[in-house]
Design a protein around this ligand. Structure first.
Ligand code: NAI
Length: 255
C-alpha cells in the first residue's frame, strides 16, 4: 500500500458545525470529497446555501441538522438524529464560532456571555455529546477551530482571543482523557482566512496591509487552506496525533 493512501476518510461519518459558509463549508466539502458521509450542523436548518445538494451530487449521504451550538438542547437533539440516521459518528469538526470585534472598554456582559457560549461552551458540549458515541465505538476524531488569536493578542478582539486560547487548551484536556478510548482531539489555528465572516475587515485596505505585514508567506488564507489540514487530522495519516494545535498562519506566530 502506498503511504499517500492514508489521506482519506472513506466510509466515515462526519459532522461539521456551522457548515453553511466559510471554513465550515470548505471542511464539509473536503470531507465529503475524501469519502465521508456527512451530517451538517446548521444554525438555521433551512439556510444551507445549497450545500446539501452539492454533497448529494458527489454521491454521498447528507443529513442536515438544526444545530445552534450555544444551545445544549439542540446539540443533544442533533446527536440523537445522527444516531437514528447513521448509528455512528466518526469525525466531529467544531467549526461554529463568532468573533465580534470590540475594544475592551466597550465589551458588555451580553457580548462576553454569547461569545463564550458559542465558541467555548458550544465546542465543549458538542464534543461531550459526540464523544459518548465515539467512546462506545472506540474510535473518534475531533477537530476544533482555534485561531492564531488564541496565541497572540489582537487589539479589539480580547474576548475572541480568550475563547480561542481556551479551545487550544480544552483540546489538550479532551485528548488526555479520551486517548484510552482511541478518540483523538486536535485543533487548527488559522490566520485571517477570506470568508463571509472576515470579508468586511479584509476589504479595508489599511487593515489588510497590516495583516499582510505579519504573514510571512505574504497572503491571507482561503477556506481550503484550513479544510486540507482538517482532512489530514481526520485521516488515518494522523492516527498518532492528539492534543495538538496546528498553526495555519502563514508564519505569523513564528516571529
Ligand atoms: P463565518 O462567520 O464565515 O461562518 C461561521 C458559520 O458559523 C456560519 O455558517 C454561522 O451560521 C455559523 N454559526 C454562528 N453562530 C453559530 C451558532 N451559535 N451555532 C451554530 N453555528 C453558528 O466564519 P468563518 O470565518 O468561516 O470561521 C469559522 C471558524 O473558524 C470560527 O470558529 C472562527 O472563529 C474560526 N477562524 C476563522 C478565521 C478567519 O479568518 N476566517 C481565522 C481563525 C479562526
Amino acid at each position: 500500500m502506498k503511504h499517500s493512501e492514508d489521506i482519506h476518510v472513506n466510509g466515515k461519518i462526519a459532522l461539521v458545525t456551522g457548515a453553511a459558509r466559510g471554513i465550515g463549508r470548505a471542511c464539509a466539502l473536503a470531507l465529503a470529497e475524501a469519502g465521508a458521509d456527512m451530517a451538517l450542523g446548521l444554525k438555521d436548518v433551512n439556510a444551507d446555501n445549497g450545500l446539501v445538494r452539492e454533497i448529494e451530487a458527489m454521491g454521498r449521504k447528507v443529513l442536515p441538522l438544526q444545530l445552534d451550538v450555544s444551545k445544549v438542547i439542540e446539540i443533544k437533539a442533533a446527536i440523537e438524529q445522527i444516531k437514528k440516521f447513521y448509528s455512528r459518528l466518526d469525525i466531529l469538526v467544531n467549526n461554529a464560532g463568532i468573533g465580534p470585534p470590540n475594544p475592551i472598554e466597550a465589551v458588555t456582559e451580553e457580548d462576553f456571555d454569547y461569545t463564550v457560549a458559542v465558541n467555548v461552551k458550544g465546542t465543549f458540549f458538542m464534543s461531550q455529546a459526540a464523544g459518548e458515541m465515539m467512546i462506545q465505538q472506540k474510535y473518534g476524531r475531533i477537530i476544533n477551530l482555534s485561531s492564531q488569536a488564541g496565541f497572540i493578542a489582537l487589539p479589539t478582539e480580547s474576548v475572541y482571543c480568550m475563547t480561542k486560547a481556551a479551545i487550544a487548551h480544552l483540546t489538550k484536556c479532551f485528548a488526555v482523557e479520551w486517548g484510552k478510548h482511541h478518540v483523538t482531539v486536535n485543533a487548527v489555528a488559522p490566520t485571517f482566512i477570506k470568508t463571509p465572516g472576515t470579508e468586511k475587515w479584509l476589504l479595508n485596505e489599511e487593515f489588510k496591509k497590516e495583516v499582510l505585514s505579519n504573514i510571512v508567506l505574504g497572503r491571507v488564507g482561503e477556506p481550503k487552506d484550513v479544510a486540507g489540514a482538517v482532512l489530514f487530522l481526520a485521516s488515518p495519516a494522523a492516527s498518532l496525533i492528539t492534543g495538538t494545535t496546528l498553526m495555519i498562519d502563514g508564519g505569523w506566530t513564528a516571529h
